[in-house]
Design a protein around this ligand. Structure first.
Ligand SMILES: *[C@@H]1O[C@H](CO)[C@@H](O)[C@H](O)[C@H]1NC(C)=O
Length: 469
């Protein structure tokens, strides 16, 4: 390692001098113009898989796949607790909150909310299933690597002076004192009142009357800090008065990213704050871990290129994106389950969950059908964590049957081998689905390489194949 470092530095310096405009690594340079579904009027951001060699906040390359699955399970537990409206992982023992008044949900009261003391285990998680992009913040703008998340609303990032804790991140930590447009948000503001709905945790109030948010993610990762306002920018577009969290106590690793961008359906999400200028829609293509990049686009998209399914509404959580799964077929044959089984659980589509979770009867039928279609072609391998349908080989090297996931209204995800199987080590690949008793989730392995549009204005979700590689 040490031997290569001076060489790498010298090379990157040379490249920087030779090509001042483009990225240091040509392979990783944004190919945003190459994505066929992008509409030129949208706001375009480059998305990276956290395990991509091009990620600006890469994960350790020797990270075992079991860490991915462990994090995925924690995320499921978090989403399930959101939906059950009880939140067992509130970071209420953060020392930032000690001595401060907790605000009751949506109210202005100063009474002490009962504080459940959940033991915190800092650094226990890695958000490996997630995707990162860059966001500019402050005046003058500085750029930060941020996880993109459709399953949460509040955008936050680690913030100087990190009065309790910051994890290691790529690049410097945001310093509010260095921004000419930064403002802390008062406890009486309506945005402070919105935090309960956005984070499902009560807000608190500092002695100097600044609103304190608590965002938690169910895998013992969380961020607590000051609700703040500043100019946010992406490339050439800049948006003043953006509300976000300035994190003073940030526990758990989000790769080496600085924070998180929330895209769920809530007034505080990035989507809703930018929508008055850009429109109430965003689209993305999640690249595979070996690809250079995909994209996130906010605002305009090309409606003619997608097939749609209505956003389903659910009283469980108004901020998550629900869809209606209507059927699955393997090699053209529908699974042997009654259609009602697909609707037996509420189903969300999520950018941050790696493995799709299905109602148990649907999962069992899918597992059997895939195993039957692959019998003889691939020797079975032992189960791997929650994945029980495994084969010797790799997704790219085996003959994998086509799996079609159909949604209400006719939208279909026609899955390729890389969307069906996930390689868990050098010699084993597993069906990238698992059963659940709680909420069914369309995960990101199945969405990879498709363009997916979330059109909140028209309450529909669309899919188009061939969005990125
Ligand atoms: C791009 O977006 C604009 C504005 O929303 C829309 O009018 C146009 O039809 C879109 N282009 C395509 C090719 O769909």
């Amino acid at each position: 390692m040490e031997v290569f470092l001076p060489l790498l530095l010298a090379c990157s310096l040379l490249f920087t001098i030779a090509t001042p405009i483009r990225d240091i690594n040509d392979v990783c340079a944004s190919q945003i113009n190459d994505f066929q579904h992008l509409n030129s009027s949208g706001l375009h951001l480059t998305l990276h898989h956290l395990q991509s060699p091009c990620s600006p906040a890469p994960l350790p390359s020797d990270l075992p796949f079991s860490a991915v699955v462990t994090h995925d399970d924690a995320r499921i537990a978090h989403l399930a607790s959101r939906l059950a409206n009880n939140h067992p992982t509130s970071p209420s023992s953060s020392s930032l909150l000690h001595g401060h008044r907790k605000k009751k949900a949506g109210g202005v009261g100063g009474s002490q909310a009962s504080s459940s003391s959940v033991p915190l285990t800092p650094g226990a998680s890695v958000a490996v299933g997630n995707y990162v992009t860059r966001l500019g913040l402050g005046t003058p703008a500085t750029s930060y690597v941020m996880v993109v998340d459709t399953g949460s609303s509040l955008t936050w990032l680690q913030c100087s002076p990190c009065s309790v804790s910051c994890h290691r991140q790529a690049g410097p930590v945001f310093d509010p004192r260095a921004s000419g447009t930064y403002a802390a948000v008062q406890c009486s503001s309506s945005e402070c009142g919105e935090l309960q709905a956005a984070t499902l945790n009560p807000s608190a109030c500092s002695v100097s009357n600044v609103c304190i948010y608590q965002a938690s993610y169910g895998d013992s990762s969380y961020s607590v800090g000051y609700l703040s306002k500043d100019t946010v920018s992406f490339g050439s577009g800049s948006f003043p008065g953006f509300y976000y969290g300035c994190g003073q106590d940030n526990e758990g690793l989000f790769g080496r990213s600085a924070g998180l961008i929330g895209l769920a359906k809530n007034k505080l999400s990035l989507l809703y704050q930018l929508a008055p200028s850009l429109g109430y829609a965003f689209s993305y293509c999640l690249p595979t871990s070996s690809a250079a990049a995909g994209y996130l686009s906010i605002g305009s998209y090309n409606p003619g290129q997608y097939s749609y399914t209505p956003m389903a509404s659910s009283s469980l959580d108004a901020s998550l994106y629900f869809v209606t799964l209507s059927g699955i077929s393997v090699a053209g044959a529908p699974l042997a389950v009654p259609p009602s089984e697909y609707r037996s659980l509420p189903t969300i589509i999520d950018s941050g969950t790696v493995i799709t979770r299905l109602p148990p009867n649907v999962y069992t039928a899918l597992s059997r059908a895939v195993a039957a279609a692959m019998a003889g072609a691939a020797p079975r391998a032992p189960t791997y964590s929650i994945l029980d349908t495994c084969f010797r080989g790799s997704a790219a090297g085996l003959r994998v049957p086509r799996v079609d996931m159909a949604f209400a209204g006719g939208a279909t995800l026609a899955l390729s081998p890389g969307n069906v199987l996930i390689d868990v080590d050098d010699s084993t690949t597993c069906l990238a689905f698992a059963p659940t008793g709680g909420t069914a989730i369309i995960g990101n392995t199945q969405q990879q390489t498709f363009s997916v549009v979330y059109d909140v204005a028209q309450s529909r979700i669309g899919f188009a194949a061939g969005g990125c590689s």
